[in-house]
Structures are given as C-alpha cells and as structure tokens.
Design a binder for this molecule. Sequence first.
Ligand code: LMR
Length: 398
Amino acid sequence: MFEHIPAYAGDPILSLVEQFLRDERATKVNLSIGLFYDDDGNIPLLEPVQEAEDRLVAQHRARSYLPMDGDAEFREAARAYVFGDKHEAVTSHRIASVQAIGGSGALKLAADLVHRYFPQSEVWISQPTWDNHRAIFEAAGVKVNEYPYYDRENNRIRFDELLACIQTLPARSVVLMHPCCHNPTGMDLSHEQWQQLITVFKQNNLIAYLDMAYQGFGQGIEEDAWTVRAFAAAGLSCFVGSSFSKSFSWYGERAGALHVVCASAKEADCVLGQLKAIVRQIYSSPPVHGAAVVNMVLRDPILRTRWEQDVNHMRARIQEMRQVLQKIISAKVPGRNFDYFTQQQGMFSYTGLSAEQVDRLREEFAVYLVRSGRMCVAGLNHHNVEYVAQSMAQVLQE
Ligand code: LMR
C-alpha cells in the first residue's frame, strides 16, 4: 500500500542534529541548529522558567482543552511582549493574536490564511532565508519567490536591489522579513532602511510577514521589537510571528504566537475567527504547559526581571564568542577579513564557507555547520572556540 512513498531526503537543519547525536567523536561541536548553549556546552533551563514551572506543577491543575486560539492570558502577555502594552494597535484592539506551536506553527497558520483569503498573492522571501520558510508556504499551496538580500562575496546587505525588487511587487504580495537577527546571515537592516521599506509597503499595499524568532538576542528585548512596532504604528496591516523557543530556552515546549495587525477591531475579530477555524482543522487547540510557564514569567514582576537578565546574559555571551572567534581566526588566517563575525547579530553567522568546506569541517573535525555556511555562534564556548577556529583555518587554507 505504501510502497510508492519515496524516502525522505531529510531536512537541511534537523537531519544534521540527528547525525550529530550519532557522532561518537569526543571533540564534536554542534554549530548547526539554532540552540543556545552555556559556556559548559549545556542547553540551560533558565532559573525563573524552572521556578514558574515548579509553581505550576505544584498546583496539580487538571488539563482541560485550551480554546482554539490558545490561552487568553498568554495571548495578551505575548502581544504586549512584542508590541508593548501601550502601543496604539494594542489599545485599539486591532491585533488578532493566536497561541502558536512555536514560530513554525505561526508561519503555518499565516500560510493557510494567505492561501484561503489571498488566493492571488505570492510570497517573497529573502535570498537567503531560513530553509523552512519556502517549504511551509509551498506546502500550504502558496507560490514562493525570492528577493535579493545578501551579497556573499562582500558580506553586505544588497539593500538597493532589495528595495528595487520590493517596489515592483503587485499589491497584496506577502513579503517575509526578519525584523531582527536575520536567519541565516545575522545581518540586519538599519532603522532608516526599514523606514524606506515601510514607505514602499504603504504605497504598494504590500503585506509583511515579520518573523521574529530571536527577540532579545540582537540589541535587547525592547530594541529588537522596534521594526514590528514601526510597521504597526505606520498603519500597515501585517503578520508577526513570535517565538519563545530561544528567549526562554524553551525549544521543545513549542510556545509561540501569531499576531495579525489589522485596520480595525472589527477586522481583527474576523481574522481571529478564521485563524481559529484553521487551528481546529489542523490540531484543534494548542498545548497547555509551555505557554502557561511563559505567561507566568512574563506577568510576575520578579520572575520577569530575572528572566530579562538571563536574556541579556545569553545575548552578551553570544557577542563575546563572536569577538573571541574573530580574534583567534584572524590570527590564524592572516590577510582575510573576519570582521563580519562581530558585525552580525543574533545566534547565527554566515561564515562564507562553501558547502564543500562545511562538509570537510564535519567529516574531518566533527564541527557541524549548516551546508549554506551558517554557523550557530551560540554553540561556541571557551573550551571549544580554539578548536573550531583551528579547524576552520585548516579548511580555509588547504
Ligand atoms: C534554526 O534555524 O536552526 C532554528 O530555527 C531551528 C529550526 O527549526 O530550524
């Protein structure tokens, strides 16, 4: 019955994790998937998160179903985390917010909504982008195109070409952008460049999907939300995907949200209703636990302050590892400029390594990067950075 089903070619990121786990070499280093490790190489369970979890578990609450759109308190807290609680779009109730199964789940809900209610619209993603963006929209039946974003040769954003491309898009095109910590390049637009884009989005009646999976890992929790808030303040209707996987070190709990900024509260009600219908048709309602913990941390002033300190610490550790790597590798590979390691933001660095060089790093040195050359800087630590830099230097020079 199933013999016509072909083997799965594997996912460019998740299959590497499987391979890494099977690798028995003691020197192995995982710099592939976006996971934050502490300086001892462990994925942390943040203390305020653990405390919230302990409190919730002690309540021995029954597990009824959540509503289709998720827990109401969580949705409100998640919205305030992204937009701030005083943003005009929030106070005028024109944002439809749904609890989502992580940032990927938010994308899937939006992709289905686009397919249903914008049948003429196509999606535009950055070249390059997170591998799964294309897959999620195509699986929902939406055509996906690319806009220029990154110049690999010169390690810079191709902003003029990006802007020129966006200017030509038909009205109601969906343009997927990364408001902070661009994945995979780590290169973000400036406020001035975002303002120029906002003008074009308004003039040409375009819809942004702002995928914010790394809020807090760029400049800070508030600072990283600047772009999203600017789009909403400009009166633009848009999608915002938000994830607590990284900022809470809460990956497997799949806690995220989709916010749809609408023109009015009435419109937001209808959008929310249709998102509920989509949820019902895929998984009925979201899970309780991960979002309940996030909600408690966001609402409890003491836990929140401690969590914000943790986010600041994670961000600072990533920035420090960027500097250490840049310094060591610059000494090992003279004549090549590695400044991009410290100019990029967030978890990822686009190293400029070719797929063949990445393969050599993995096969000869057990250092795992994504084949696009993307490195998760948050997997470096003081114990492995010298080894990684040495391995990279060898691959680059031989
Ligand atoms: C990544 O880009 O590594 C993360 O967003 C995890 C994932 O699901 O790919």
